[in-house]
Design a protein around this ligand. Structure first.
Ligand SMILES: [Zn+2]
Length: 485
């Protein structure tokens, strides 16, 4: 690698998210030039970016000619091109976050820097790409910066939604289903429809099926002739129906309008609907281990896969839309039997029963919610400290890892309070028997709660040991931790 560039590119960026930023463009340029001078580099072209919407993405053409979704940064793209064609032979910038906020931008930069081998320096020393460990540090730094930008944009979006809601509210717009035009008076029949729909969702009914049912019964949404899963889902997801006021994405208390669903039911519905979004719009769940088995090689979930009538397997599907490695498959009924055996054994352990009774109690749920809010606030504070360089990247990474693990745990507990069917099993006198009597979807929910409360997300399935007989080998299934990829 050439160590003293004679036409190093200088990248400065006007960032929108730090008011009163001491490192304004002029200062960035001055400091970067001073650094170049110290290093004995000669500065060539200067690339000035003015980004006002750091997180809007558009389809762009990448250096290798393919296309992909990226934050639109024409100057950054021009810089990559200049590096690629040898127009510049070094890069100097102010700070890592001025170079890349989107991890994919960083990857594009790494690609081009590695292919032409040029040195990269920043005034703050936060970005160098000349060794694997420097590349790793840069990746971590960008991932963190990306996270805090996303948090910011999420907060802004929520605020906008909230304002929009308040604006419409009482402003004579479309009325909300379940409430009169004043937004406060209940319409009893509609409220009843929402309660019924919530109950059915908790029992495992699909939104599509429910829409047909409501249409047949002659119930109509506010602005359409028929129900759609989206309309119905939106109604059930809205915090309004739980009589809650939302501020900055957090429930800040009771609203002035009456609730249609009590908070516990409403939260249970959110979890039930979120769980489904992951598995997509499918019919009845027939193979309950879907979503609980993961590939021991690539980590992806193993979907159930039809083999022949009455026989299925869980396979790391390598189809184009699935993207699995195709190398791991396990006999369906065998895996289900083994998982069932483990679940029932857990259900009969006294320590598990204790933990679950806490988890399924309202107080456990309240506490988990409070813990979660606190951990998330700490994480935001940490990323602020890192951004202001009050802590080092290593300190940040370590603290973040610890808090992230706590958040996973709190989420598991929070999740655990909800699925109605799971609660019934867990509180039954004989949980093992109650488990066996469940429908597949309820089995899956219960297993998820149970495993989650123990810190597991399911089982990782290892490769088949060819030295063993073809018989089903239960030792291929190993419990996988929640935090594991
Ligand atoms: Zn795989």
């Amino acid at each position: 690698m050439k160590t003293s560039p004679n036409k190093a590119a200088l990248l400065v960026r006007i960032s929108d998210d730090r008011e009163g930023d001491a490192a304004g463009v002029n200062r960035q340029e001055r400091d970067a030039r001073a650094l170049a001078e110290r290093l004995g580099w000669t500065v060539g072209p200067i690339f000035t970016e003015n980004d006002t919407s750091a997180f809007k993405r558009r389809m762009v053409t990448l250096p290798d000619g393919s296309t992909g979704l990226r934050v639109v940064r024409p100057q950054f793209r021009a810089l990559l091109e200049a590096i690629r064609v040898g127009q510049v032979d070094g890069l100097v910038a102010y700070h890592l976050d001025r170079v890349a906020r989107d991890p994919r931008d960083l990857e594009d930069l790494i690609d081009v820097v590695e292919s032409v081998r040029i040195p990269v320096e920043t005034v703050t020393g936060s970005l160098r790409l000349s060794s694997d460990s420097e590349i790793t540090m840069a990746r971590i730094g960008v991932a963190i910066a990306n996270q805090s930008s996303r948090d910011t944009s999420r907060r802004i979006r929520r605020k906008q939604e909230e304002l929009a809601e308040q604006g419409r509210y009482g402003g004579g717009g479309a009325r909300r289903y379940g409430y009169d035009r004043d937004g406060v008076t209940l319409i009893p029949e509609e409220a009843e429809v929402l309660r019924y729909a919530a109950q059915r969702v908790l029992e495992g009914a699909s939104l599509t099926g429910l829409c047909v049912e409501l249409d047949q019964q002659g119930h109509r949404p506010v602005k359409a002739e028929r129900w759609s899963s989206k309309t119905l889902g939106d109604q059930l997801r809205s915090a309004r129906v739980a009589g809650l006021r939302v501020h900055r994405g957090e429930v800040v208390g009771e609203a002035e309008w009456p609730a249609i669903l009590d908070r516990e039911t409403w939260e249970a519905v959110q979890v039930a609907l979120d769980g489904r979004r992951v598995e997509g719009a499918r019919r009845e769940l027939s193979h309950w281990l879907s979503g609980l088995l993961f590939c021991g090689l690539c980590g992806l979930p193993l979907p159930a896969n039809f083999v022949r009538e009455g026989m299925h397997r869980y396979w790391c599907h390598s189809g184009r839309s699935k993207g699995g490695c195709g190398k791991i498959a396990i006999h369906g009924p065998g895996a289900e039997q083994e998982a069932e055996r483990q679940v029932v054994a857990y259900l009969s352990r006294p320590d598990v029963a204790d933990r679950l009774s806490e988890v399924t109690s309202r107080r456990g749920a309240e506490r988990a919610r409070a813990d979660l809010a606190e951990d998330e606030a700490q994480l935001r504070e940490l990323s602020r400290m890192w951004a202001e360089k009050a802590i080092t990247l290593d300190e940040y990474a370590e603290a973040r890892r610890i808090i992230q693990a706590r958040i996973e745990g709190a989420k598991a507990v929070q999740l655990a309070q909800v699925p109605e069917a799971a609660r019934r099993v867990l509180l039954a006198g004989d949980p093992g028997a109650a488990w066996m009597a469940q429908e597949p979807r309820a089995k899956r929910d219960t297993a998820r709660v149970l495993l989650g409360s123990l810190g597991y997300k399911g089982w990782a399935v290892g490769p088949h040991d060819k030295s063993k007989a073809r018989r089903f080998d239960a030792s291929r299934m190993a419990l996988a931790d929640l935090g594991e990829k």
